[in-house]
Design a protein around this ligand. Structure first.
Ligand code: AMP
Length: 381
């Protein structure tokens, strides 16, 4: 397995905030970073050494990008398979194309999980309205219809409350392949971020708890308020998935915890995850540094959490009423850390940054991070 030492150049596919925080960790350790995406002046490009702007389908540009770096990773998994193959012919891609192929498509992902014996909510593949109606009779209502590819943050997702909603929901798919899932009446949503090095070493950050608003992550608290047994089971599942996917890098496993204490895997992300952002301020090694270490074949760092923490996302909605939020007010909380992603346009629902609070307990950290976020828009001046 090739090792890439500080001074080497790492390529990143994608240019959002995950790439930005990865590039900051990589540059701190003495690596150079090139980023590739169809956009310019991006969150990653602003802190990378080189920003390449081209389509993922422009394979000449992709090969040129690959020829100037030593290893490639990604922060955005919805890149075409041909792009990854073109790069893999020139330099290693970590995680590799197989893990990417499985996790970038909900049907492939759920089928893989089912075959691996991992509990998932009942699901069916949907192409036609007739298939949807049949599936609704088997799975029952309420159910959730999701596009099979390219969905995140609840995009391309519809709740079907009764059989009569089927036709409308099917029309909204606009001919795209979809998956119908049974609705899980969960008690909590939890996730686990874990890492596997190029030599197979595995580390995890423990189970964290995620609070959503309008299908978008709102707050994460770590550690999660779950029993030791649930935590053990989640860790076992995540570890076995890292091994089965032979993944080199970071994996986030998102779960529903049902009211009777059962875990169901909802989704996998083969990269750092929003629910792991707290690790920057609260853990010995952040998820981004861990990605650097894993893809460069350095030993993984300790994942120990130093204090209970809570993270709150800052969405573009915060800008809608009075312009820029009052950053000074949030910084007046000495145990709250501000992270902004350098995005110029604050659209509703767009992730612009986050706050992390550290405290003696997770409940106190959550109270603090919410108070700091509220101060962004309520304080005078
Ligand atoms: P996803 O894009 O699949 O991660 O879904 C975003 C959010 O929608 C999840 O975090 C849940 O809050 C909700 N959701 C998605 N699928 C289901 C389901 N089958 N049952 C209940 N809630 C769901």
């Amino acid at each position: 397995m090739n090792t890439f030492l500080p001074g080497a150049t790492i390529g990143v596919l994608g240019s959002g905030q995950l790439g930005r925080m990865f590039a900051m960790a990589a540059r701190r350790m003495g690596y150079l970073v090139h980023t590739f995406s169809p956009e310019t002046d991006t969150p990653t490009g602003q802190v990378a050494d080189v920003e390449v702007t081209a389509s993922y389908n422009d394979l000449d540009a992709v090969r040129d990008f690959a020829s100037r770096v030593e290893v490639v990773t990604f922060e955005f998994e919805n890149v075409p398979a041909a792009t990854v193959e073109a790069i893999a012919g020139i330099v290693p891609v970590r995680p590799g194309g197989a893990a990417l192929y499985t996790t970038q498509h909900r049907l492939r992902e759920k089928s893989f999980l089912e075959r691996a014996g991992i509990p998932v909510t009942p699901f069916r593949r949907i192409r036609t309205l007739a298939e949807l109606n049949d599936a609704l009779k088997i799975i029952g209502c309420p159910a959730v219809l999701k596009t099979a590819g390219f969905g995140y943050d609840g995009k391309g997702q519809r709740l079907i409350r009764t059989l009569a909603d089927g036709a409308d929901a099917h029309q909204s798919l606009d001919g795209q392949e979809a998956i119908l899932e049974a609705f899980v009446d969960f008690e909590r949503e939890v996730s686990i971020v874990c890492a596997r090095g190029a030599d197979g070493e595995i580390r995890h950050y423990g189970v964290v708890e995620n609070l959503h608003e309008r299908h978008i992550l709102d707050c994460t608290i770590s550690p999660a308020r779950v029993s030791a047994e649930v935590a053990r089971e989640a860790i076992e599942i995540a570890t076995s998935l890292l091994e089965q996917l032979e993944l080199i890098g970071i994996l986030c496993v998102e779960f529903f915890l049902s009211r009777d204490g059962k875990l169901f895997v909802n989704e996998l992300a083969p990269r750092p995850h929003n629910s792991g952002h707290f690790t920057i301020d609260a853990c010995t090694t952040s998820q981004f540094e861990q990605q650097v270490r894993a893809v460069c074949n350095l030993p993984l760092g300790a994942t120990e959490q130093l204090r209970p923490a809570a993270m709150a996302n800052l969405l573009g909605d915060l800008w809608q009423q009075q312009g820029a939020p009052d950053w000074r007010a949030a910084c007046a909380f000495p145990n709250v850390k501000l992270h902004l992603y350098g995005k110029h346009e604050a659209r509703p629902g767009r992730k612009m940054g986050h706050l992390t609070a550290l405290a003696a307990t997770t409940d106190e950290a959550l109270r603090l991070v919410r108070a700091a976020r509220a101060a962004l828009t309520t304080s005078a001046g």
